[in-house]
Design a protein around this ligand. Structure first.
Ligand code: SAH
Length: 390
């Protein structure tokens, strides 16, 4: 195997469990490794740090797979995929749809696999995984009875890795699927869907909403396929207002309501959520529960301050639209906005809205998105539920 040696003292992050080697941390390379090659990584004193995927086109030069030598890639991938699958089945025994593999968090860097029954959707963000896609496809067919396999990458991350942006069908087709999350069924349309087709990361958090929805008037803002509102209706909400800027997503919500026999207590608005809130506040309209789950406002560190202002305004408007005694379920999927700063934003929003609040519940992404404690990059979603006490 080709070898890469790190500069003095650059091994500490790797030995503590972080999985990325940056290009400026490399002292020398032997045998001219190429993008996608599997390489062995050593510290300056020739101690093995482990095995990883090399990419000369990325700032992340090596993504570590293991702290040992990998002699057989097929059995390595087979074992890691099985253990990722078994973990999901431990807490979702009756579900056939979940994030089956979450990249670094499952020791399969640059590989996301979302399972929709026997349809498997990939996002591939490392040259090494790209090179092994055929093998991974074969394993999914052999071990997981895959009938359809295709990619649905985010172009932004493909560009960072110098990988082509085009998607491909690797096996079968990309026809619609109906999935069940244990309470609600969703029709998944892969050709018009965001992400791989569904936001699995909020799945556990949607179940939390069931605890505080009975008899309540609910606003599901940035609703996408309607997960929060659907769970609220399932738990007996008196009425749910679904708001999203995408007409395609609102159509999906309507289908999902029919699919679950929950139509009748729902209203829909296709609008920018900020504009929607301004109108509601102006007309003094109030809800008992407001869910806000916006897209990431902070795409990088540079935009963090502007993003914080956006979150503050959004949450201020949400609080102004809540009855006293109501609940705000607020999310941020900006990795750059840390938990403490997110909570500080909410505190400022409450001050501006002149509301007093209690934090009732805090969570991150669902259990099918494990986190590596040594790698903060694996943790991005924040979900906080507040009671408006006055
Ligand atoms: N709550 C959803 C996921 C939200 S994803 C779930 O549980 O599945 C974010 C959604 O916000 C997307 O559907 C996108 O279409 C929508 N969106 C993005 N910007 C928006 C805006 N300014 N106003 C309204 N909707 C917006």
């Amino acid at each position: 195997m080709k070898k890469i040696f790190l500069k003095k003292n650059e091994e500490h992050r790797i030995t503590s469990g972080h999985l990325w080697v940056f290009s400026n941390e490399i002292e020398k390379m032997e045998e001219d490794p190429q993008s996608g090659d599997t390489v062995e990584v050593f510290d300056v004193k020739n101690n093995l740090l482990g095995t990883g995927f090399f990419n000369k086109n990325s700032l992340i030069a090596v993504r570590m797979l293991s702290s040992k030598t990998i002699s057989d890639m097929e059995s390595f991938l087979r074992e890691k995929m099985k253990s990722a699958y078994d973990l999901r089945k431990t807490f979702y025994p009756n579900r056939e749809a979940f994030r089956m593999v979450f990249s670094e968090s499952d020791f399969l860097p640059g590989l996301v696999i979302d399972k929709y029954n026997s349809t498997f959707v990939f996002q591939v963000y490392s040259a090494g995984m790209e090179k092994n896609l055929e093998l991974i496809t074969k394993l999914l067919k052999e071990d997981f009875s895959a009938e359809n396999i295709f990619t649905k990458h985010e172009p932004y991350f493909r560009k960072l890795e110098g990988l082509p942006e085009e998607n491909s069908i690797l096996f079968g087709n990309a026809d619609d699927e109906i999935i069940y999350d244990g309470s609600i069924s969703y029709e998944i349309n892969f050709s018009h869907g965001q992400k791989t087709g569904f936001y699995f990361d909020q799945s556990d958090n949607r179940f939390f909403i069931e605890k505080i929805s009975s008899g309540k008037t609910v606003l599901d803002a940035f609703c996408n396929s309607g997960g929060f509102g659907l769970h609220a209706l399932k738990a007996g909400a008196s009425e749910v207002m679904f708001v999203d800027s995408s007409a395609i997503e609102i159509e999906k919500v309507k289908k999902n309501l029919e699919l679950n026999k929950l139509s009748g207590k729902a209203e829909f608005v296709i609008a920018d959520v900020f504009d929607f809130f301004e109108r509601e506040v102006a007309s003094h309209k109030k809800y008992d529960l407001v869910c806000v789950d916006p897209p990431a406002f902070a795409k990088n560190k540079k935009t963090l301050k502007t993003a914080e202002k956006g979150y503050e305004k959004l949450n201020r408007l949400a609080m102004q639209s809540l009855n006293s005694g109501g609940f705000l379920a607020t999310s941020s999927c900006s990795f750059h906005l840390k938990r403490a700063d997110f909570l500080a934003v909410i505190v400022r929003a409450a001050l501006k809205a002149k509301r007093t609040i209690q934090l009732i519940h805090f969570n991150e992404a669902s259990l099918d998105h494990p986190k590596l404690p040594a790698m903060e990059e694996t943790s991005y979603l924040k979900f906080a539920v507040f009671k408006i006490t006055g």
